[in-house]
Every structure is written in structure tokens, then in C-alpha cells.
Design a protein around this ligand. Structure first.
Ligand code: PMP
Length: 390
């Protein structure tokens, strides 16, 4: 068995698909030191620069001093200390939701929500490019699975039409796709879910904090918050913390609290994390300028990359891929970017389809315009040197 596994690892290495950890030794947003080299960070999900915000750090420390370093048990046992109630109240107010539940991470939220709601007698419809945690939740649920072509409402409708009307049906989508930076057609999805009596779940991991008047997410931005049954998102990205949430009607939250194994059978989040989340929810609603800066940067960055001749797919957000294709070329591109002072991460199969390896840039409001221009210069220089752009 050991030899087989080692052979598999060698195969991954030959295909330039073997993953290795990098040493991050310094953090002064938006700069990091990675493997000993100071780099401008175009690879983090710290979209609003909140991860190093003193107010979040202070709030985390205060909660830890009050409640200790650990929750000491799962929430349903004795882990539900009062900081949870405070943070969930703030979340409900922010999202104008009937009810909400904080869950330990986005990954365990998606697995838990999906497996709680559907089983082998049910049917799920999932966008082709949904996040791995959604795909894993679907596989664990053992429901009949249909993947519809990316953002293709016609394909989804043709699949819904064939599904028996008495079966429980779940449609699930990312709102911003994590490797492509494009947006799901939420209005069309709401129409279809109503027409075919399905329930709709959205993953706002990359949009919460960023879209909507107070950063509530894309459901609010499109004024569909009362039409979408299950809104899940994370605190680990724009909110600069860790953990995840789900909002919806009371019946949903009551049901999840009773059925969701990844909620029931795990230790509650540490108090420090909950304290920081509460503060991040407060800040994200008021500091509109962070969202505006991110939008301005994103628009400029996409526009400039396209002008240079890069293929950035369908991105309309702060997640901007440069799609290159072959693994080895993409890896080389990222290495050269690092030599030029840019932290940019290679995304390869199986995370993305074969032949579409890419560099996934993610932007932050922490960049100055000068830093963004400098990054674009470096990207252009490497792109030309490697013959990726003219
Ligand atoms: N959903 C999406 C769309 C994501 O991109 C991610 C993480 N990259 C997750 C869920 C998982 O969230 P977390 O990192 O909090 O586990």
C-alpha cells in the first residue's frame, strides 16, 4: 500500500500537480513574506483588509479573556457561551433574517446543510463550477445528483422538468464562483425554483461583506433575500475572521440545529473567533469606503489585464483569473511572478477542469493604486517574457 501511495505522489509530481505548503513568515497587509521573499499579496481572501484590523484583534482578545481559549464542548452540550448569542443577534440584524446559525467553517457548513436537508430519495441540482464543499456535501447526501452547465438556466430547467414532482428538490449555487470570479444568475434561479417547487441554497462565501448596501451579499444586492431559502456564507474572507453562517426562516434553522451532523458533533468555535466576528459584522456595515475601493480596484485591474491581452474568462468581480491552460506553463508563470514580487497562486485540476489551469488573483481594498499599477507592470512583464501576451 505504501509503495502504491508513493507511486501516486510521484505521478502527481510528474503532472506538476503535487501541492506543497509555503512558509508565510510576515504579514503586513497587503504584503507577505512567502518562502523568505517579500511579496505583494494577490492571493488572499482578505478582500476588505479586515484580518489585521486592530479592532477585530482587540475584540477577539477581550472575548478570549472573558470566556477562555476554548469553548470546551459542542454548542448543544456546554459550548454555547453568551458571545454566541451576541454574535448571532448581530448577524440576524445585519442580514435582516428571521433566524441564523453560526457554523465552524464554510466547508463544514456546506457539507452539513446539504446532508441534513436531502437524502437518497431526493434530487439536487448543482452548478458545474460549485465549490468542492458543495460537491462533497452532495456526494455524502447520496441524493440523485444533476450538475447543470455553468450558469445555464436553460439546462437547469430541462433537468428540473424531468424530475418527478413529488420529490424534494434542492438547487444550489455559489453566488460568486471562487475560481472564475463570475456571478450566478440569481433572479433566474429564483424563478425556476418557484416554477418547479424546489428550494434554493446560495453560497455567499465570496460576496458577503462586498455586495449589498451594508455588505449583506448578493441576495440582498439583487433584493432577493426573501426569495432565497438558504443563504450561507463565511466569515473567513471579506470579514477577515473564520467560521461560517446560515440564515433563513426559523423552521430551517431549527431543523439544521437538530439534524446537521457537522454542527452537532464538533466543538463550538473558540470565543476569540466569535468576538472578532461580532466586531467585523459591525465594521462591515458602516465602512462603505472599503467596498467602494475594492470595486474600483477590481474594475481597473480587469480592464488593464484585458487590454494587455490576457484571457480572464468571465470575471466581473474582485476574483480575477488569468487562464493559461497547461499546468507546467501556469506553474512557471506563478514562479516568475513570485520572482517579480507578486504572490499569485496556481489553480490546477482537479480544482478546475483539465486544460484550464490558471493564476487566481484576488484583490483587496488594502492595495494603493500605486501598488496595483506596480502589480500590473510585473504581470505584463512576465506575460510578455513567457509569450502569453504579445
Ligand atoms: N464556499 C466557497 C464558495 C469557498 O470558496 C470556500 C473556501 N474557499 C468555502 C465555501 C469554504 O469556506 P471555509 O474556508 O470557511 O471553510
Amino acid at each position: 500500500m505504501k509503495e502504491q501511495i508513493q507511486a501516486e505522489l510521484r505521478q502527481l509530481e510528474e503532472k506538476t500537480q503535487k501541492r506543497v505548503l509555503k512558509d508565510i513568515s510576515f504579514f503586513d497587509d497587503p504584503w507577505i513574506v512567502m518562502n523568505g521573499r517579500k511579496l505583494l499579496n494577490l492571493a488572499s481572501n482578505n478582500y476588505l483588509g479586515l484580518a489585521s484590523d486592530e479592532r477585530l484583534i482587540e475584540a477577539g482578545c477581550k472575548a478570549m479573556r472573558t470566556y477562555g481559549a476554548s469553548a470546551t464542548a459542542s454548542r448543544l452540550i456546554v459550548g454555547n457561551y453568551e458571545q454566541y448569542a451576541r454574535t448571532e443577534r448581530a448577524l440576524i440584524k445585519w442580514k435582516q433574517a428571521e433566524a441564523a446559525l453560526i457554523i465552524n467553517s464554510g466547508y463544514t457548513a456546506n457539507i452539513g446543510i446539504i446532508t441534513a436537508l436531502i437524502g437518497q430519495d431526493d434530487i439536487v441540482f448543482s452548478d458545474w463550477l460549485n465549490h468542492a464543499s458543495i460537491i462533497d456535501g452532495i456526494m455524502l447526501s447520496r441524493a440523485e445528483r444533476h450538475r447543470y452547465y455553468h450558469n445555464d438556466l436553460n439546462h437547469l430547467e430541462s433537468l428540473l422538468k424531468k424530475a418527478p414532482s413529488h420529490k424534494r428538490k434542492l438547487i444550489v449555487t455559489d453566488t460568486i464562483f471562487s475560481m472564475d470570479g463570475d456571478i450566478a444568475p440569481l433572479e433566474g434561479l429564483v424563478t425556476l425554483k418557484k416554477r418547479y417547487n424546489a428550494i434554493l441554497m446560495v453560497d455567499e462565501a465570496h460576496s458577503s461583506g462586498i455586495y449589498g448596501e451594508q455588505g449583506e451579499g448578493l441576495a440582498h444586492y439583487f433584493r432577493l433575500q426573501n426569495e432565497i431559502d438558504i443563504q450561507m456564507g463565511t466569515f473567513s474572507k471579506a470579514l477577515g475572521c473564520f467560521g461560517a453562517y446560515v440564515t433563513g426562516e426559523q423552521w430551517l434553522i431549527d431543523y439544521l440545529m437538530n439534524k446537521m451532523r457537522s454542527f452537532i458533533f464538533t466543538t463550538a468555535l473558540p470565543p476569540a473567533v466569535l468576538g472578532s466576528i461580532e466586531k467585523a459584522i459591525e465594521i462591515v456595515q458602516t465602512e462603505q469606503e472599503r467596498r467602494e475601493t475594492l470595486q474600483t480596484h477590481s474594475h481597473y485591474f480587469r480592464h488593464e489585464l484585458k487590454k494587455l491581452g490576457f484571457h480572464i474568462g468571465e470575471s466581473t468581480t474582485h476574483i480575477v483569473p488569468i487562464i493559461i491552460g497547461p499546468n507546467d506553463l501556469t506553474v512557471r508563470f506563478s514562479e516568475r511572478l513570485q520572482e517579480h514580487g507578486i504572490a499569485a497562486v496556481v489553480i490546477r485540476p482537479p480544482t478546475v477542469p483539465e486544460g484550464t489551469s490558471r493564476i487566481r488573483f484576488s484583490l483587496t481594498s488594502s492595495f494603493s493604486k500605486a501598488e496595483l499599477d506596480w502589480a500590473l507592470e510585473q504581470i505584463a512583464c512576465v506575460g510578455k517574457e513567457m509569450g502569453i501576451i504579445p
